[in-house]
Design a protein around this ligand. Structure first.
Ligand SMILES: Nc1nc2c(ncn2[C@@H]2O[C@H](COP(=O)(O)OP(=O)(O)OP(=O)(O)O)[C@@H](O)[C@H]2O)c(=O)[nH]1
Ligand SMILES: [Mg+2]
Length: 206
């Protein structure tokens, strides 16, 4: 029988076209999809994540950004089976950032006061010339909801491993309780983002 320390279920939420499916596919080791094939209903993929002191089975649930395609999916029930929600917007699409408040309203409705890990991803960070949401603005929004903020690119596989590792470590810390000392604490949120931005802005480092 397969052995692991924790089983983690994560839900991806965000507007249509922000890159949820690409992020899930990249995490599962699949190539980047150039075409936008809207998700109908829900989809999921599972992968093991093995760290020196922690092994986890990670199940990623991908949702339809277009609410019309969510009909009949039993979203509330699906949500209650997940310990963490990854909210995603597109840094080159302001609407997708503005509409995060609808996602948060959904989450607040489903969670009914239960503890939940939230992570915010600003995806398509490779589209630097088209950026309309600054990292500073997104970070301020994330902090107001007590979320970690990371910038990702599903296209170039930037920060995806880090995003999922953070989620798993955070949830493992909560699930394993007394054993949680085995899981390494991530560095401070702001320091990680600043390091990432310095890297993103420096062409010779990329
Ligand atoms: N440049 C760039 N394009 C991306 C990135 N991630 C996704 N895309 C593109 O964005 C489009 C939408 O990606 P999807 O992953 O299908 O978006 P989604 O959020 O799953 O959309 P729905 O299923 O409709 O909710 C596709 O054309 C992808 O190739 C990225 O990091 N950078
Ligand atoms: Mg999709």
């Amino acid at each position: 029988m397969e052995e692991y320390d924790v089983m983690v279920r994560l839900l991806l939420l965000g507007e249509a076209g922000v890159g949820k499916s690409c992020i899930m596919q990249r995490f599962a080791g699949e190539p980047f999809q150039e075409a936008h094939v809207p998700t109908i209903g829900v989809d999921f993929k599972t992968r093991r994540l093995d760290k020196p002191k922690l092994s986890a089975k990670v199940q990623i649930w991908d949702t339809a950004g277009n609410r019309r395609y969510r009909v009949g999916c039993g979203f509330g029930g699906l949500f209650r089976g997940c310990q963490g929600v990854i909210l995603i917007f597109d840094v080159s699409d302001r609407e997708s950032f503005n509409n995060l408040r609808h996602c948060i309203r959904d989450v607040e409705g489903w969670r009914q006061g239960e503890p939940l890990m939230l992570l915010l991803l600003g995806n398509k960070a490779d589209r630097a010339a088209y950026r309309v949401v600054s990292a500073e603005e997104a970070l301020a929004f994330a902090e107001s909801w007590n979320m970690l903020y990371l910038e990702t690119s599903a296209k170039h596989n930037w920060n995806l491993q880090e995003a999922f590792e953070h989620s798993v470590e955070e949830l493992a810390r909560r699930q394993l309780g007394a054993c949680a000392g085995r899981v390494q604490q991530p560095p401070s949120r702001r320091r990680r983002l600043l390091a990432w931005l310095a890297w993103l802005r420096c062409p010779c480092c990329r």
